[in-house]
Design a binder for this molecule. Structure first.
Ligand SMILES: [Zn+2]
Length: 413
């Protein structure tokens, strides 16, 4: 159990409340016991040790709403088109096995050093769970399952098997780490398995991860049953539904408040946004991956105006240059013209809302977990929050605290 301590900085940005100059957090039993001015908190807790970062800003930890840990930068397949990239990825799955665990450890470390305290990770059959646990971050591993691996079993048996496997994997995990299920995508999981997985996980009160409306090839596959993804998965026999991926997903009853739809980058028009709003589904925005793989720009401002919960995701290092969620968010700032306060909120509290964790984390409020990052930047300029976010994006995180545990401290690294 972490010790009781006070963390103080030149500025505290709680996100849920205005910035506090010379602010401090009283951390007790892993949670924020008080949030306020250093002077007040010290007066009321004179014997509690203080860690002081005078020229820095404390912000909530980054929430990565869609990531894959098991990739590495150095030998990423070429981008350009989604189906070209995916073809190479699939070809290299056998050789990748040798280094996936090491890549996952490195990816998680990179995320922690960039201020991440909560991560939604997707990996085949949840293979990156050990590295998420080891990192000290809170989070959920979403196990992707591929019906083709189950030797012609019925959808109900396939879904039963993956859920049973996740129930087993949940045994003995730290309290803030969970194993859940991902329906990988409309082109890899058949409609019936998708529908049953969505229904069964909803019954369990589990969140569900899904890749949706990511690429032009996915739009073509779902609508026409042709194109680059049909060349890879054509024998699956369920493409060509005659509708957009979002409408298809609505038809198989996978869009619901528990579902986190990653990407929504291509083929999301007014009709689709209306469906997303009505269903209550949450979105994870991964703009760097989308750009790299020729997947367009997600209509994030329109989705947010409609009330869709939107968080940020880095995706994995084979499609994206880093695991730094704040850096990802700066790209969203440029793409959508967001102000600093909105962007910082997307990277933290909105991400927590996407994952259904907003009562426990995402902002600096008494009672929530002590999940925060210390950024070695003092607010400055006309948009103070943007200056701090930009500092965090550019390597300015000097300490990361998750559940009251210091999981990164540059001074000791
Ligand atoms: Zn992904």
């Amino acid at each position: 159990m972490p010790e009781t301590g006070i963390f103080a900085a030149g500025t505290l940005m709680p996100v849920s409340a205005p910035p506090i100059p010379d602010g401090a957090l009283l951390v007790r039993d892993g949670r924020l016991s008080a949030v306020g001015s250093l002077a007040d908190i010290r007066r009321e807790n004179p014997d509690v040790p203080v860690r002081h970062f005078p020229g820095s800003t404390i912000i909530p930890g980054a929430v990565n709403a869609h990531a894959h840990l098991g990739f590495r930068t150095k030998d990423a397949p070429p981008g350009g088109t989604f189906s070209g990239w995916l073809t190479k990825l699939i070809e290299r799955l056998p050789e990748k096995e040798a280094w996936t665990a090491e890549a996952a450890r490195d990816s998680a470390r990179e995320a922690v050093e960039a201020g991440t305290t909560l991560m939604a990770e997707s990996s085949p059959y949840g293979e990156c769970l050990p590295q998420l646990v080891e990192s000290g971050m809170a989070g959920t591993v979403y196990a992707e399952f591929f019906p083709g691996d189950y030797d012609g079993a019925e959808p109900v048996e396939i879904v039963g098997a993956i859920i049973a496997r996740m129930q087993e994997m949940n045994e003995g995990l730290p309290g803030r780490v969970h194993a859940r299920v991902s329906v990988h995508s409309p082109y890899t999981v058949d409609p019936e398995s998708s529908r049953i997985a969505a229904r069964r996980t909803r019954e369990l009160g589990w969140t569900l991860a899904y890749h949706l409306s990511e690429s032009p090839e996915e739009v073509e596959f779902v609508r026409e049953g042709t194109g680059g993804l049909a060349d890879i998965f054509g024998s699956n026999g369920w493409g060509g539904a005659g509708v957009s991926p979002v409408r298809y997903a609505e038809g198989i009853e996978i869009l619901a408040p528990q579902t986190i739809a990653a990407h929504l980058a291509t083929g999301v028009g007014e009709e689709e946004i209306e469906i997303l709003v009505r269903s209550g589904v949450a979105a994870a925005h991964c703009p760097r991956s989308n750009e790299n793989l020729g997947c367009g720009v997600s209509p994030v401002p329109r989705m947010m105006q409609g009330g869709v919960r939107v968080g940020m995701g880095t995706d994995g290092l084979w499609s994206s240059p880093s695991m730094n969620l704040f850096e990802e968010t700066m790209v969203a700032v440029r793409l959508h013209g967001l102000d600093g306060a909105t962007a910082l909120r997307l990277a933290t509290l909105e991400g927590a809302r996407v994952l259904g964790a907003e009562r426990e984390t995402g902002s600096l409020e008494p009672g929530k977990w002590a999940d925060f990052a210390v950024v070695e930047v003092a607010p400055h300029g006309s948009d103070a929050a943007l200056a701090v976010l930009d500092g965090a994006a550019g390597g300015g995180v000097v300490a990361t605290v998750a559940g009251g545990d210091v999981i990164y401290n540059r001074a000791e690294a």
